[in-house]
Design a protein around this ligand. Sequence first.
Ligand SMILES: [Fe+2]
Ligand SMILES: [Fe+2]
Length: 246
Amino acid sequence: MRERAEPLPPPLSDTERGAKGEAVSFRTRPGSDCDTMHGRNRVDLSATRAHPRGCSITPKEVLEVRDREDTEAGPLYRFLAGDHARLDGFLRQAAARPGVIDRAAYAQFRAGLLKHIGMEEKILLPEVQRRRGGEPLPIAAKLRLDHGAIAALLVPSPTHAIVAALRSILEGHNAIEEGPGGLYEECEKIVGADVDELVARLRGAPEVPVAVHADSPKVRAATRRALQRAGFDDEAARLFPSGDEP
Ligand SMILES: [Fe+2]
Ligand SMILES: [Fe+2]
């Protein structure tokens, strides 16, 4: 695989940045080398200020793909996938230094993610269910279980192990929502011409009250159960080994 010799991509515009200017993710071309290498069809240019070393796709190609996808993606996708990228940035910043958690960055991640989950649980999924005559999307149950596990992981004080579990769960979860034929695409199809109105409602979603962290044995046991309910048995066993709960 050749080394990239192209210049760095141009500075990101305001619309490409998160609220604090941190994370921006760009989709790579499906089936490209980079896609295969990263296994998630997404590359974060803000982390490295360049396309990751060793990928054969060039920054120019990434930007072209981004431009095309920005044009093709609907407003619902752009808003919610953009929020994923913004939150990814906070999480990365929170655990950037070994052995230390940046509590300020983690607090922004935590509050932002709880709000994001609230948008999906209280606005997006119910709206789509209503338009399907009361029938939830088949994927809704799985997403709700994921949300429960994610929210439970936000209760204990953050550690690098918890951040790693969150990253792993969010990687799969966000792919289900953002992927081709995923939740966001499906929702855009269902709401059709009313998509702008729905995005406006999502934008107006309230902040979610955030409680202080809790680390009691009861909380740890509840978090372990929430992970297991959602099928994250490995994460549950790693974070809360047997006998750890009361
Ligand atoms: Fe979600
Ligand atoms: Fe989401």
